[in-house]
Design a protein around this ligand. Structure first.
Ligand code: GDP
Ligand code: IMO
Ligand code: MG
Length: 424
């Protein structure tokens, strides 16, 4: 298999975890390259559900290396819990399977605290973050005062960095937000213990990926969040704090752009969003409720109800451009079964092919496509899908201009209908 980047093309939760799990069969390594445990990626294999926040979605394939790249922000406590949970379920990582970049930034307690306090202060203007400390950690990274995973095994370095950082953080927490000051010795002890636990997994992750390439292996890059949560290309300021687009796979892993061969966009057959911010094709009360109920649209990380709406073609055309998408995987098509007619946003009023820089003013133009009544969750080949269903897929492909090579008709690994050589 060539080296493949998988990205979300909407506002996250498109089913990236499921598709990465399916593709990881052909990969030597799966790499997370940005984001942190704001992500929640769900795999369903043989009826068993696994939700991953930090571990790459190749964990269920023993022969596949799982790499946490330098671009990820790591909450060590969450990572350790995730490893232990897998172990408890009899799915422990094989020796040498997990590799953590020494250069990845660490989410500290003050990052989580500040994330929550700031959101509280913003009130109705809040971003609706996951409260995991993602934004404050990336701020420190860019300000060149971050603590990296490699620092957790260097007690003197960690102490010095904490002594430099904590007084400022405590001032913000206590004086600006009325919170409680954090204790340096307690944090130091806690994080040195994490260092001891995670030390054996620390490595030169980029070097490992270069070696895999030299030996002719293939790498799968697992994006988190979605294109319109990208800090540059998304619906700023209602975005996450990292670049989520395919280009970030290179900076966040140390693999060069000429070594990326395919970019697969994951797209829901409709649209969802968690948190605040514009959503042009958001459905009205009754249909929003219907999609949430049938699609079980509740966050895999925070459990919050996801806002639901219709497929938005202009959004996808923009995602195709900023990611350089070569293929699409369409997920959750089964959720639309039973609808009489299905609205699809084909354009925004007054816009041709350019993309509005402010989505709050975008007014969708809808086309209605005929629905189907059949249950499609048992289909094992694309040809078995009802005619109206195939017509829906064909119309989306035409509107976006990128081939749809995967149609997912249920959460299970086996509920995946594929065509084209990448997936077969
Ligand atoms: P991710 O963050 O992009 O990995 O997506 P999430 O795991 O947060 O959310 C996708 C949800 O949809 C999960 O609960 C998946 O198990 C589920 N899912 C994925 N593909 C399908 C599908 O084709 N049909 C249905 N009904 N559920 C799906
Ligand atoms: P996966 O990888 C959906 C959203 C939050 C909030 C905004 C900023 O599972 O698709 P943050 O905590 O990142 O500072 O929050 O981004 N968000 C996600 N929405 N899926 C995700 O990840 C998300 N990660 C962050 O809801 O609106
Ligand atoms: Mg998710």
């Amino acid at each position: 298999m060539p080296n493949v980047v998988v990205v979300g093309t909407q506002w996250g939760d498109e089913g990236k975890g499921k598709v990465v799990d399916v593709l990881s069969r052909k990969a030597d390594a799966v790499v997370r390259f940005q984001g942190g445990n704001n992500a929640g990626h769900t795999l369903v294999v043989n009826g068993e559900t696994v939700i991953l926040h930090l571990l790459p979605s190749g964990v269920l394939r023993e022969e596949c290396k799982c790499v946490v790249g330098n671009g990820v922000v790591v909450d060590p406590k969450v990572l350790i819990e995730e490893m232990e949970e897998l172990e408890a379920r009899g799915k422990a990582l094989r020796d040498g399977q997990l590799v953590l970049s020494r250069l990845a930034d660490v989410i500290m307690p003050y990052h989580r605290e500040l994330d929550i306090l700031r959101e509280r202060r913003l009130g109705s203007q809040k971003i609706g973050t996951t409260g995991r400390g993602i934004g404050p950690t990336y701020e420190d990274k860019v300000a060149r005062r971050g603590i990296r995973l490699g620092d957790l095994v260097e007690p003197e370095v960690l102490r010095a960095k904490l002594e430099a950082a904590l007084p400022d953080k405590n001032r913000m927490i206590v004086e600006w937000h009325g919170g409680e000051a954090l204790d340096l010795e307690a944090i130091l002890a806690e994080y040195l213990a994490y260092g001891e636990r995670l030390g054996p997994y620390l490595a030169d992750a980029a070097g490992l990926l270069h070696r895999i390439q030299r030996e002719g292996g293939s790498i799968l890059f697992e994006g988190a969040q979605g294109t319109f949560l990208d800090v540059d290309h998304g619906t700023y300021p209602y975005v996450t704090s990292s670049n989520t687009v395919a280009g970030a796979a290179c900076a966040g892993s140390g693999v060069g752009p000429t070594d990326i061969h395919e970019v697969v966009g994951i797209v829901k057959a409709y649209t969802t969003r968690v948190g605040s911010g514009p959503f042009p094709s958001e459905a009205d009360g009754e249909m929003d409720e219907h999609l949430r109920k049938v699609g079980h649209e509740f966050g895999a990380t925070t459990g919050r109800p996801r806002r639901c709406g219709w497929f938005d073609a202009p959004l996808l055309r923009q995602a195709a451009r900023v990611n350089g998408l070569t293929r699409l995987a369409l997920t959750k098509l089964d959720v639309l079964s039973g609808l009489d007619r299905i609205p699809v946003c084909v354009a925004y009023e007054g816009y041709d092919d350019e993309f509005p820089h402010d989505l709050t003013t975008a007014v969708p133009v809808y086309e209605e496509l005929p629905g189907w009544t059949e249950d499609i969750t048992q289909a094992t080949a694309l040809e078995q899908l009802p005619e109206a269903c195939l017509a829906y897929v064909a119309r989306l492909q035409e509107l976006v201009g990128v081939p749809i090579d995967v149609v997912s008709v249920g959460p299970g690994r086996d509920q995946t209908l594929v065509r084209g050589d990448l997936f077969t």
